[in-house]
Ligand binder design. Structure first.
Ligand code: DLZ
Length: 163
């Protein structure tokens, strides 16, 4: 970013916020749990590595990714929760179920973020195969759970700058 851009910027992700007093909620889908547990571990460890207090990282399990939205709502509506991270893995099958679930969850989580004015992070893998999912859950393409946690931290920092 040039110095001119910097002067104009109202908010930016350059500096990460102090999250020691922030409360995070992670909602985890149980479908494909060999993937979603790895996403959870990545997200949890990333939050701790950046200063979150373990007792301020809450967890809720839901049966499948379709239920992530309601699980996320139950956390988002709590005044003590600052950010919600939804983790799931919807693997393409022979039917279009994955499209319906993915769109519903993406729209639902977007709606929650806007309704409650809090970061509600879409940490849902949408791969074609289980192998592609595992590649993105601590495998050769990293861990999208880590990325989801980083996004939550950055969005909290932005919120602090704006409000
Ligand atoms: C039904 C279903 C199928 C076929 N596949 C997945 C999947 O790959 N990942 C996932 O998280 N959930 C799946 N589900 C379950 C739905 O998310 C949901 O739990 C059910 O449709 C009940 O609402």
């Amino acid at each position: 970013m040039s110095s001119v851009d910097k002067n104009l910027s109202v908010f930016s992700t350059e500096a990460l916020p102090d999250i020691s007093q922030s409360t995070f909620a992670i909602v985890v889908a149980e479908w494909n749990e060999q993937v979603t547990e790895k996403l959870y571990e990545g997200a949890y460890q990333t939050l701790l590595a950046h200063g979150a207090a373990p007792e301020r990282v809450l967890r809720g399990n839901v049966p499948g990714s379709f239920e992530l939205t309601l699980g996320a709502q139950w956390f988002a509506e709590r005044s003590d929760v600052d950010a919600v991270i939804a983790l799931g893995a919807v693997i393409q099958g022979e039917t279009k179920h994955n499209d319906y679930i993915n769109h519903a969850v993406a729209q639902g989580l977007t709606h929650l973020g806007l309704k409650y004015g809090k970061p509600v992070i879409f940490g849902v893998l949408t791969p074609n195969t289980l192998e592609q999912a595992l590649d993105r859950a601590g495998g050769k393409h990293g861990n999208k759970g880590d990325e989801a946690a980083m996004t939550a931290i950055k969005m909290l920092g932005l919120k602090n700058q704006v409000r």
